[in-house]
Write a protein that binds this ligand. Structure first.
Ligand SMILES: NC(=O)c1ccc[n+]([C@@H]2O[C@H](COP(=O)([O-])OP(=O)(O)OC[C@H]3O[C@@H](n4cnc5c(N)ncnc54)[C@H](O)[C@@H]3O)[C@@H](O)[C@H]2O)c1
Length: 369
């Protein structure tokens, strides 16, 4: 194994390259690596006038397709690559570049980053809270081992890395109403533990190696055109589907379970905004973001203003309820608002109206067809 190193490159800010190169050389056996003297891990490696070249992992879940659409509008269709281990629908496949990528396959990930000259990585692959509790070994592997691969590749190639965290990164001993950015984090799910690990590892790589790591703690995300992936806040999406289809909804959380929530457009815009924020505006690397906070009963009442015939009953799922009872009821996101100007657009009434408009239009289209 041989390294070509310019003397100038062996300075504090570039230890990252050496470290990551060593790790990758160890993984791959004999390998020749070139580390340029201007390698810097405090800034991304594209010129500021260029568009970033973005890779989204786990891109076929609830959030990835919407994010790709937003980023493609801004940076051009071919500059945003969606990836996943699942087969994309024909719509998604024809809407822009898609590539197979298993985040547990380090070599495959590195090939994708190198061959496509990736400069931003949005790491969405994960097993969510309820699914994770049903398969702890897989959640540990995808959410923790997978993250290690992502961190090493991002450090090695000087990428700007976004990893979402969650309200689930807090636990019953955290202050719950509101929950500040910095406080006790002792979650009780493998999902939460893996997300605290991701926050800490990302911040550690930032401070130790200069990795440009950025992280937002998302609340429960509500979307109309994509299905949730097995989280504790899924009920807030399902209620719309069931209300439209059957006029009835059976909720798996108690009526007074208060959780922070956000409409998907706000969540995706926040992600783009924090990725574009100048580094000197970020006083921290992991921020809470929030929009609204409601209970199943309050959401049902808002829906019933427009669908008075809607019937809501409750059949509590004890696993999900225990998770929800340990999570924040409300998020303090004042640091995001102060540092990089975060501002949500959707409160509960706008959220309900937007969701109903979407399903109304969909039903009209189905009838017309
Ligand atoms: N949706 C929410 O309400 C919410 C809230 C907080 C945080 N988040 C975070 O945002 C991210 C995206 O969430 P989502 O709701 O789209 O999740 P999702 O569960 O809908 O999608 C996750 C995707 O990861 C993929 N995946 C699983 N194993 C993989 C592997 N080995 N390699 C590559 N991909 C793999 C799955 O196929 C899936 O498409 C996650 O990290 C999640 O923790 C989501």
């Amino acid at each position: 194994c041989k390294f070509l190193l310019n003397r100038k490159s062996v300075i504090e800010g570039q230890r990252c390259a050496l470290f990551a190169s060593l790790r990758c050389a160890l993984r791959c056996g004999a390998l020749v690596l070139f580390v340029t003297s201007d390698a810097s891990f405090h800034s991304v490696s594209f010129s500021e006038t260029d568009h970033p070249k973005v890779l989204i992992t786990g891109g076929l879940g609830q959030l990835g397709v919407g994010l790709a659409k937003l980023l493609r509008k801004r940076f051009g269709k071919n500059n945003v690559i969606l990836s996943d281990i699942r087969k994309p629908s024909s719509n998604v496949y024809h809407s822009g570049p898609f590539i197979y990528s298993d985040i547990l396959d380090y070599k495959n990930l590195r090939e994708i980053v190198v061959n496509n000259r990736i400069t931003w990585l949005v790491h969405y692959s994960a097993l969510l809270s309820a699914v994770g509790e049903a398969n702890v070994a897989l959640a540990r592997s995808v959410n923790i081992t997978g993250l290690h691969n992502i961190l090493d590749i991002a450090a090695e190639h000087g990428l700007r890395l976004f990893v979402p965290s969650t309200i689930g990164a807090f636990g019953p001993t955290s202050p719950r109403n509101p929950t500040p950015d910095l406080c006790v984090q002792r979650p009780r799910t493998i999902y939460g533990v893996s997300k605290v690990h991701a926050e800490l590892m990302g911040e550690y790589y930032h401070h130790r190696y200069g990795l440009d790591f950025r992280c937002l703690r998302y609340p429960g995300i509500i979307s109309a055109d994509s299905q949730p992936g097995g989280g504790t806040t899924d009920y807030a999406v399902q209620i719309f589907h069931d209300a439209i289809k059957t006029g009835k909804f059976e909720c798996n959380l108690k009526p007074d379970t208060r959780l922070p929530m956000m409409y998907i457009d706000d969540c995706l815009r926040a992600t783009l905004e924090v990725m574009e924020a100048p580094a000197d505006t970020l006083s921290m690397r992991t921020y809470n973001i929030n929009a609204m906070s409601f209970t199943p009963e309050e959401l049902a009442q808002e829906l019933q203003k427009q669908m008075p015939e809607l019937e809501v009953t409750y059949d509590v799922d004890h696993v999900r309820q225990a998770i929800a009872d340990s999570w924040p009821m409300n998020f303090d996101d004042s640091n995001a608002r102060k540092d990089w100007g975060w501002k949500h657009d959707y409160d509960l009434p706008e959220l309900v109206q937007t969701m109903l408009n979407y399903f109304g239009a969909e039903t009209r289209m189905a009838r017309a067809n």
